[in-house]
Design a protein around this ligand. Structure first.
Ligand code: FE
Ligand code: FE
Ligand code: ZN
Length: 259
């Protein structure tokens, strides 16, 4: 997963096709499938808030993000559905649907993946029903999907220790065919806390064994899984975390090794 620029702002450079081609050939050398590479939309886009200046800006910027993905050959973009900022869930959902239909009209083959959210503040997407309601209003259903985030699921009240039940629930409400990506993160906070603070794999309230069950679930074999765990001493811990996931053995010294 990557961002087309800093996720906190909308400053973007023109796509350099030489660099894109270089990246694609590097990925081929390393056996990385471009279909498993995902862009995350910037956090400042809020499609749930219909305040005219912000709403139009969010829609226009998201269309540009889609175009950038298309230029790079990226098929999937993860998006936080938005926060209704006091308008209420129903109005927020209607705003998201309208905006996504405008954006997806401009998309040939970039699919937007709505992320399951922790339910912080007025975030929409705190449960499968809300995502289902959004999807129901989308015209081009072939270009909409969902990205599960295990930290967010935990914080919004879905118990990852019973992940089969969570998946069944997802399947009956939304449909498993819409699930295209998983963010695998532990959580600093307890089940249902509505907080959204990520923790390193095995160091949080979800725990290593429960996250392994997600990572190795037979129904999710072909779905890209992405770590968004916090840096340790200003360093990305992904290499070490992936090693412990591959070994299926929790490394209780992770935080010291990197330190
Ligand atoms: Fe996200
Ligand atoms: Fe996430
Ligand atoms: Zn998060």
């Amino acid at each position: 997963m990557f961002y087309t620029g800093a996720p906190q702002n909308t400053k973007r450079y023109k796509i350099n096709s030489d660099l894109t081609n270089l990246a694609i050939s590097k990925m081929q050398e390393e056996g990385i499938d471009l279909n498993n590479i995902i862009v995350h939309a910037p956090y400042i886009i809020n499609l749930a808030n219909s305040d005219p200046s912000k709403y139009d800006f969010s829609i226009r910027f998201l269309i540009e993000e889609v175009k950038r993905c298309e230029e790079m050959g990226i098929k999937y973009m993860v998006l936080h559905p938005g926060s209704h900022v006091g308008l209420g869930v129903d109005e927020g959902i209607n705003n998201i649907i309208y905006a996504l239909n405008v954006v997806l009209k401009e998309s040939k083959n970039v699919t937007i993946l709505l992320e399951t959210m922790a339910g912080k503040g007025t975030e929409i997407g705190r449960n499968f029903q809300e995502l289902k309601s959004i999807i129901a209003g989308i015209d081009k259903k072939e270009l909409i999907g969902v990205c599960m985030d295990t930290c967010h699921l935990n914080d919004s009240g879905y118990d990852i220790s019973n992940f089969d039940k969570v998946l069944d629930d997802f399947d009956s409400v939304i449909g498993l065919k819409y699930l295209k990506c998983i963010h695998v993160n532990d959580s600093k906070n307890p089940l249902g806390s509505g907080k959204d603070r990520h923790e390193n794999i095995g160091y949080g309230t979800i725990g290593f064994e429960n996250l392994l069950k997600v990572l190795y679930h037979e129904k999710l074999e072909n779905i890209p899984k992405i770590l968004e765990t916090p840096y340790i001493s200003d360093k990305a811990p992904y290499k070490e975390e992936i090693a412990m996931i591959r070994n299926k053995k929790f490394n209780e010294n992770l935080k010291e090794i990197i330190d």
